[in-house]
Design a protein around this ligand. Structure first.
Ligand SMILES: Cc1c2[nH]c(c1CCC(=O)O)Cc1[nH]c(c(CCC(=O)O)c1C)Cc1[nH]c(c(CCC(=O)O)c1C)Cc1[nH]c(c(C)c1CCC(=O)O)C2
Length: 335
């Protein structure tokens, strides 16, 4: 589906695992791998505002490649440097990063939705597509490139709460007090997400991840109603790249949990705090994680990752050790 040709891929481990194929070892990457724990990232961040980095393809590409250059032969995927909140921005909402996201005018009542610009969203996100194409070229086939977006419910909750929230009281109130308007907003966001993801694949993204960070706050019934439609629609628009072939787990879920469908590959799930525990703790926990995933998926694929984004204080050498431990303990011949 990509419009451009790029250098041939040398490492397709994560693509095979995401499709459910058994791999010689688990592919590995970490969420927020281009982030504040890296001194080279902090250096650039001192010069540029967060969204300036996202909006300038040359800079976004440079940041995306930082972990790939630092850990050659250890990381199996790059993820485009951006943020889930670029969609609300493209709908005309102002978002600042200081240090977490802050919306200057969150949605308060359904009438506020009239101010949202629902046409031309994909066009205003062209900078992400340009960053993806440039990154694909500069990756030169070393590893696949992941594109992403936030899931509609997570975006809606940020747009109403105005930032991170523990209780999601305002956005959940919308669901129950203004159900029709909430559905309309989710519909607009679903369309925007799908156009955005399809555009990323056209620009060169080889794998897509949808972050539904606030999905766990919905009841199973509301999750099915408000969050699950996206992959079904996406699948119709962009087969076969866009199946939810893989489900990401955090550390509160045991990969052997019988409620997890059998027909998906798994990704996860080390508690990022383990990375503060020193080499002994990292090795022990990675070994245990690999054994659990191997038991859960003895003949199909899984992807090693943290259960959440890496945090700013981690020593980059300890992350290197994490990668080395995954290589060792997820190999077919490891005990
Ligand atoms: C909810 C959410 C956001 N953004 C994202 C999510 C979903 C995943 C999750 O639940 O964490 C996803 C995201 N954010 C970022 C990426 C880039 C790719 C990567 O390296 O993983 C990705 C995939 C960069 C970022 N996004 C952000 C940073 C740090 C900001 C900085 O450089 O000042 C980075 C590297 C900021 C951000 N952006 C967001 C928050 C809540 C924060 C503050 C939290 C934090 O500080 O880590 C919104």
């Amino acid at each position: 589906m990509s419009n451009v040709t790029f250098p041939p891929l040398k490492n397709d481990l994560i693509l095979r695992a995401a499709r459910g194929q058994h791999t010689e070892r688990a592919p590995v990457w970490v969420m927020r791998q281009a982030g504040r724990y890296l001194p080279e990232f902090r250096e650039l961040r001192q010069k540029y505002d967060f969204f300036r980095l996202c909006q300038t393809p040359e800079l976004a590409t440079q940041v995306t490649l930082q972990p790939i250059d630092r850990y050659p032969d250890l990381i199996d995927a790059a993820i485009i440097f951006s943020d889930i909140l670029v969609i609300p921005q493209a709908m005309g909402m102002e978002v600042l990063m200081n240090p977490g996201p802050v919306f200057t005018k969150p949605l308060d009542v359904p009438e506020d939705m009239h101010a949202l610009q629902t046409d031309g969203i994909k066009e205003r996100l062209q900078y992400v597509f340009d960053a993806i194409s440039l990154t694909r070229t500069r990756l030169a086939g070393r590893v696949p490139l992941i594109g992403f977006c936030g899931a509609p419910w997570t975006l809606m909750s940020y747009m109403i709460e105005g930032g991170a929230s523990k209780t999601l009281q305002k956005s959940k109130t919308w669901l129950f007090k203004y159900p029709e308007q909430s559905k309309a907003l989710l519909q607009v966001l679903t369309t925007a997400c799908i156009e955005f993801l399809v555009g990323q694949v056209e620009a060169g993204a080889q794998l897509l991840q949808v972050f539904d960070s606030n999905g766990g706050d919905l009841s199973p019934h509301d999750f099915a109603q408000f969050s699950l439609p996206l992959p079904r629609v996406l699948r119709r628009r962009s087969p076969p790249q866009a199946n939810y072939d893989t489900v990401g787990l955090d550390w509160t879920v045991d990969p052997r949990d019988s409620s997890i469908p059998r027909d998906v590959a798994l990704q996860g799930n080390l508690d990022p705090t383990v990375l503060y525990g020193g080499r002994g703790a990292i090795e022990q926990e990675v070994k245990r994680m690999c054994a659990e995933f191997r038991a859960a998926r003895p003949t199909t694929g899984w992807i090693a990752n943290l259960g959440h984004g890496i945090t700013p204080g981690v020593d980059p050498d300890d992350l290197e050790w994490f990668f080395q431990c995954v290589h060792k303990y997820s190999s077919l011949d490891s005990k």
